[in-house]
Design a protein around this ligand. Structure first.
Ligand code: TYM
Length: 338
């Protein structure tokens, strides 16, 4: 008798190709993804449609989308074991996005903190897409019926809204979407800016000294860590206290995420040494983590044929699954079959 093959759980996540991928994107997202390929059926994509909610130089957006995809692969995401694709290559995202817009409430969208933050920062371009962004994100997720959506802390609210929209739809039309769970890493969920440990390390930050990018060269990385703000407490010792010593806590989280050492081990390692020894040690550990990624990404970016074939193959696989879900949705809401 055949033993039943257990179906792998599904995981899905996306990254907007705006700005440059940072240590935050790596520790908060990609690193965790790369470790899961054997255990889960994984879908990862470049959220280029989401990037249109802010103004971009078109040539830059195109280049970034491909470069960041190359960086995904260099971070360890194997395109044979994961489905990697570009969001706009799978038109089902835009179609389900529109449909789910009609099942997402104005009040819900108005409460999203990312919308509030972004509209404060882009007061001259508060467009409809920025407002309805979470409905498209819900579509991105629900098309693939994932069990888990690995994201950093800042995207949790959007995944929760996705669950509310899925529940509303299922209540109206019967079981259609699986309820996804946000999956937030314990370490690296919130990598903070090196110069302002109260705000997250952001890709789109224009002044670059508080953030470390995956493609930064080692000298730049060391300079940024040496200048990182520590705290103006009198004890000047390396101790994990996010409330009173947010700068040191952020550096400790980064060091812990790249070396695998616990906070207690880090405190012991730097006991009596002060910040002068600690900051370059964090810098060096980050340099060594990012070096192979930078080298491999540089190699892949030059191989245009490989990248194009990977995008085509990923979009084809993604589209097959997405269409299955969308076919059900079209029928349930009353659209005429083609
Ligand atoms: P985005 O592009 O802003 O960020 C991509 C992922 O990286 C995480 N992240 C961080 N984690 C820890 N510390 C940081 N400093 C940091 N910066 C970024 C984010 O939480 C995110 O997981 N809307 C999404 C993209 C998206 C998406 C989706 C994600 C579109 N559709 C569907 C999941 C599922 C965004 O703008 O992420």
């Amino acid at each position: 008798m055949d033993t039943p093959v257990e179906k792998k759980k599904v995981m899905l996540s996306g990254i907007k190709p705006t700005g440059d991928l940072t240590l935050g994107s790596y520790l908060g997202a990609i690193k965790n993804w790369a470790e899961r390929a054997e255990q889960y059926d994984c879908y990862y994509f470049m959220a280029d449609l989401h990037a249109l909610t802010t103004r971009n130089n078109p040539a830059d957006l195109r280049r970034r989308t491909l470069e960041q995809l190359a960086q995904y692969v260099a971070c360890g995401l194997d395109p044979q074991k994961n489905t990697l694709f570009i969001q706009s290559h799978v038109p089902q995202h835009a179609e389900l996005g529109w449909i789910l817009n009609c099942y997402t409430m104005f009040g819900e969208l108005s409460r999203m903190t990312q919308f509030k933050d972004k509209s404060a920062k882009n007061a001259d371009n508060i467009n409809g897409g920025l407002f309805t962004y979470p409905a498209l994100m819900a579509a991105d997720i629900l098309l693939y019926q994932p069990d888990y959506v690995p994201v950093g802390e800042d995207q949790k609210q959007h995944v929760e809204l996705t669950r509310d929209v899925a529940q509303r739809f299922n209540n109206l039309y019967g079981e259609t979407f699986r309820m996804p769970e946000p999956f937030i890493p314990k370490v690296g969920a919130r990598v903070m800016d090196l110069l302002d440990p109260h705000s997250k390390m952001s890709k789109s930050d224009e002044i670059g000294n508080g953030r470390v990018c995956l493609m930064d060269d080692p000298a730049d990385i060391m300079r940024k860590f040496k200048r990182a703000v520590t705290d103006c407490d009198t004890e000047r010792c390396v101790r994990y206290d996010p409330e009173n010593k947010p700068g040191v806590a952020n550096l400790m989280s980064i060091y812990s995420a790249v070396t695998g050492k616990s906070f207690a081990e880090i405190e012991a390692e730097f006991e009596g040494k002060g910040y002068g020894a600690f900051k370059p040690a964090v810098g060096e550990a980050v340099v060594e983590t990012l070096r192979p990624i930078r080298e491999e990404a540089t190699r892949i970016i030059k191989d245009k044929a490989y990248l194009e074939a990977m995008c085509r193959d990923g979009a084809e696989r993604a589209s097959y699954i997405a269409e299955k879900t969308l076919r059900k949705v079209r029928k349930k809401v009353g659209l005429v079959a083609k």
